[in-house]
Design a protein around this ligand. Structure first.
Ligand SMILES: [Zn+2]
Length: 320
């Protein structure tokens, strides 16, 4: 009996790698497999994301599903019709803006199978805290997370975990930009670009590569595409000139600060997108290929050359 089970398990694993549609999580006995932890798959290990292993439990809580579009799914506990309509519209508008900015529609990165983004939406913060760690193996001390998984694996899926706050899906827009950036700009999985975050759900390997990392870009772009010119909380800080642009390129987990990462990240990306677009495009050429060593070299070459201009620009957008 045990032997039969193991054979079925191994057969299923073969199917995971081969074809997503024939994969049925119900017949896999995960206790028989050596599962990879996070995004690092060592020899002899199998990558099965927590949300695939726990699909049954997740579906018992997030019992509803709505398709905004072929590539956009909402799986949710409890949402109003209006809320569903608004959320879908918000995502579609953001997607349109993103493609207007980068002109990459229909041209995903090489080895990216994340065709579909699914937003998993809990009814409120309490339910999020109660379930999200068991369901998705992520911490619950946050306002939502984008889980890119391993985009080159065919059994992968891109998931956003979130909850309703004040009748809206909290941070939906910002997290959706992470999905688009991961599919069209930033090659590889979350651990591919250099950074100093070793926490779950990805558990990126230590030691960390040297900075600069990509946090200034990823988080700043999330805020920029989500808000465009309408970001008063950032624009109110602009006049303080707290940071040089060259410092913001070195944003990291170690120097993490909400204002620095999100508000100042927004200001850095907006300035670069609107006034240094040739430099951004040059950088993205290499980021899209996953040549992060060259990305770092480019940022180091920029050095402090744009700092003075950045501060001049801050005065032109600052809300007094
Ligand atoms: Zn973010």
């Amino acid at each position: 009996m045990m032997k039969t089970k193991l054979v079925i398990a191994l057969l299923s694993v073969g199917l995971i790698a081969g074809c997503q549609t024939t994969y049925s999580p119900k017949i896999v006995d995960y206790s028989k497999l050596k599962l990879a932890k996070g995004n690092i798959v060592n020899d002899g290990e199998v990558y099965v994301p927590a949300w695939v292993r726990n699909e049954k439990q997740i579906n018992q809580v997030l019992v509803n599903e709505h398709h905004c579009a072929d590539n956009l799914v909402l799986r949710y506990q409890n949402m109003s019709e209006q809320n569903i309509t608004d959320s879908c519209q918000l995502l579609k508008d953001t997607e349109t803006r993103f493609h207007q900015l980068f002109k990459r529609q229909g041209k995903p990165l090489l080895h990216d199978n994340n065709q579909v983004l699914r937003a998993n939406i809990y009814a409120g913060r309490d339910d999020y805290v109660k379930y999200v760690t068991d369901h998705f193996d992520v911490p619950s001390n946050n306002g939502g997370m984008y889980l890119e998984g391993l985009p080159h694996m065919e059994n992968n899926s891109a998931e956003y975990v979130a909850y309703l706050r004040n009748g809206q899906v909290w941070n939906l827009n910002h997290e959706f930009v992470h999905y688009l950036d991961g599919r069209f700009n930033t090659y590889g999985d979350y651990c591919s670009p250099p950074h100093d975050n070793h926490y779950g759900p990805e558990y990126c390997p230590e030691p960390a590569p040297e900075p600069p990392y990509l946090i200034w870009w990823g988080e700043g772009l999330g805020e920029y595409v989500a808000h465009m010119n309408n970001n008063p909380s950032a624009l109110k800080l602009a006049g303080n000139k707290t940071y040089q642009l060259s410092e913001l390129f070195y944003n990291s987990s170690a120097n993490w600060d909400t204002d620095r990462v999100y508000r100042w990240g927004y200001l850095a990306v907006r300035y670069m997108m609107e006034f240094q677009r040739d430099k951004v495009d040059h950088m993205l050429t290499h980021v899209r290929r996953g040549d992060y060593a060259r990305y770092q070299k480019i940022v180091k070459t920029w050095g402090t050359s744009m700092d003075a201009d950045f501060h001049v620009w801050l005065d032109t957008v600052a809300i007094k």
